[in-house]
Design a protein around this ligand. Sequence first.
Ligand code: BES
Ligand code: ZN
Ligand code: ZN
Length: 493
Amino acid sequence: MQIEFVEFGPAAGEALTAIAVLVFEGPVLSEAAEALDQQTGGAVSRAAAGRFRGAKGQAVELVAPANLHASHLMLVGVGPQADFDGAAAEAAGAEAFKALKLSGATTLELRFNAAPDLLARAAFGARLASYRFDKYLTKEKPEKKPSIAAVRVASADVKAAKAAFAPLAAVADGVSFTRDLVSEPANLLYPEEFARRVKALETLGLEIEVLGEAEMARLGMGSLLGVGQGSRRESQLVVIQWKGAKDKQAQPVAFVGKGVCFDTGGISIKPAEGMEDMKWDMAGAGAVAGLMVALATRKAKANVVGVLGLVENMPDGNAQRPGDIVTSMSGQTIEVINTDAEGRLVLADALWYCQDRFKPKFMVDLATLTGAIIISLGNDYAGLFSNDDDLANGLLEASAAEGENLWRMPLPPQYDRMLDTLAADMKNIGGRPGGSITAALFIQRFVNGLPWAHLDIASTAWKKPSTNAVIPDGATGFGVRLLNRLVAENYED
Ligand code: BES
Ligand code: ZN
Ligand code: ZN
């Protein structure tokens, strides 16, 4: 759930409105801050006279200043005026929302006097910051519920601001869709339910197919099916197509997501503490689904395929055992040494299916694949592994522009041997050293000579506490913005 109501128009500032204005490093009052300073008999400059320097991340709140109808006035520090850009506008919109959401004001009015594209970014920031997964809160105290129900962005050129906001609103919808999926508990969001929610996206013009276990067995997907074999829930493979290019037959780009709706570890069961986190082991598939929402909603001029491998990894009398050997769709056999290294088994068949059927320009997979990537990079970077420098660089550029950080990791050929085993073509773990790398090398064995990148998002899919106002605590939606930009910048007509 996010704030639906965003409007652009003249400044109004009526009662129960919180007005946010910018202050640059100095402090240097913005035009709107200056005007309000006049109107309030100097209240703004008095409030800015303390330690507030207008630095990024600094803010001062004034409650009910004299001669102003609004209930709150917030001075948002944004750093040096010369550096004020889209990212700063987005952060300011988000900070303002976060700081004022419980204030009692019902409208947040951003008076940022900036160019239309910057105003749109500010609205985008506020909307992303407004996300909340509250559908199961039945007894929340009213004062804990956000009071802000609408965001108004004061704009001189309403038409231009609205036009700049439309594609961003589509991206916010995608992020919100992903966050909803990732936040749902596993008793309510299991493979078939996930597939149903994606199927409902046909109304956006997406083409969606859902394959069940019988069809996957016919295709020879022994690797994916082995993971879901211990679950009462049926495994699903969801194929989403967006044909937005002029030539509907043109070669698509493809995104593949790990969708383990719950990962107990299977027979190689995980410890009890923290296991509840494994409801978000489907965040890769969630991000691909949200990306498709964003692309379809903004009618991206590209052909894009999304493939989701949806399973539940459970211990059971019918579960796969350590030592079992499965045959993947590629024909390669895998010895399952550890049933908790299941994501790569799902991706092996989902990636093979994707390239076999669609022959895409490239494939990017997203997966909460390894705990080791959290050890390597901490919680502000996802791992990027790729066999192609152009694709990797495109991803790094999109990453920097969207603030969804990636760090490129190596794929050393000499480590690939760590996956060798006696009785099958490979085993599914390579040991603790370089755990994220051997996981990526495993996946690479299922990529048949096309550009490919793997994003290990175990580090970034969930944040608690979050330090970024654009990302409320919980599901981040990581990947949607990044991949939307990758497509927008490089692969549209
Ligand atoms: N889903 C986990 C990885 C994970 C860990 C995601 C923490 C998010 C937070 C994955 O399936 C897993 O269990 N990986 C094992 C691999 C090991 C058995 C080689 C891991 O990381 O410990
Ligand atoms: Zn696992
Ligand atoms: Zn997992």
